[in-house]
Design a protein. Structure first.
Length: 124
């Protein structure tokens, strides 16, 4: 009789372990899928901001920051073909329309286009 009760316990434990592993795997795969969807967004957003800082960041990136609205945008490798001083004189303290791609939980979002006073200042 002892052998049958031990077999039942092992069978029950084995099934429980299998169910737990399956659920954990499902949660991990689901989180991974949601993470990829959020990070690989191609949704373009057009919004008006008044930037209070434009500076060099990363590897030759140009970073635009509007502290009031908590937005941070960047031009990847922008220093290769743009002047930070020219962008500062054209944009600091002025309303401009920034088109950018929202990248999930990222702190900074890549810029696609900047239009200030009816003039295209930057376009990727």
């Amino acid at each position: 009789m002892k052998k049958k009760s031990e077999e039942k316990k092992k069978g029950g434990l084995g099934r429980t372990l299998t169910v737990v592993i399956a659920l954990v795997s499902l949660v991990v795969v689901g989180m991974f899928a949601l993470g990829i969807a959020a990070v690989s967004s191609t949704e373009s957003t057009c919004e008006e901001y008044v930037m209070d800082e434009i500076y060099s960041g990363g590897v030759k990136d140009i970073v635009f920051q509007d502290s009031e609205n908590g937005i941070c945008l960047y031009i990847n490798r922008g220093e290769d073909h743009l002047s930070i001083e020219d962008l500062r004189s054209a944009l600091l303290g002025k309303k401009a329309v920034y088109t950018f791609t929202r990248c999930g939980w990222a702190k900074a979002h890549p810029l696609r286009r900047i239009v200030c006073e009816g003039r295209v200042v930057y376009e990727s």
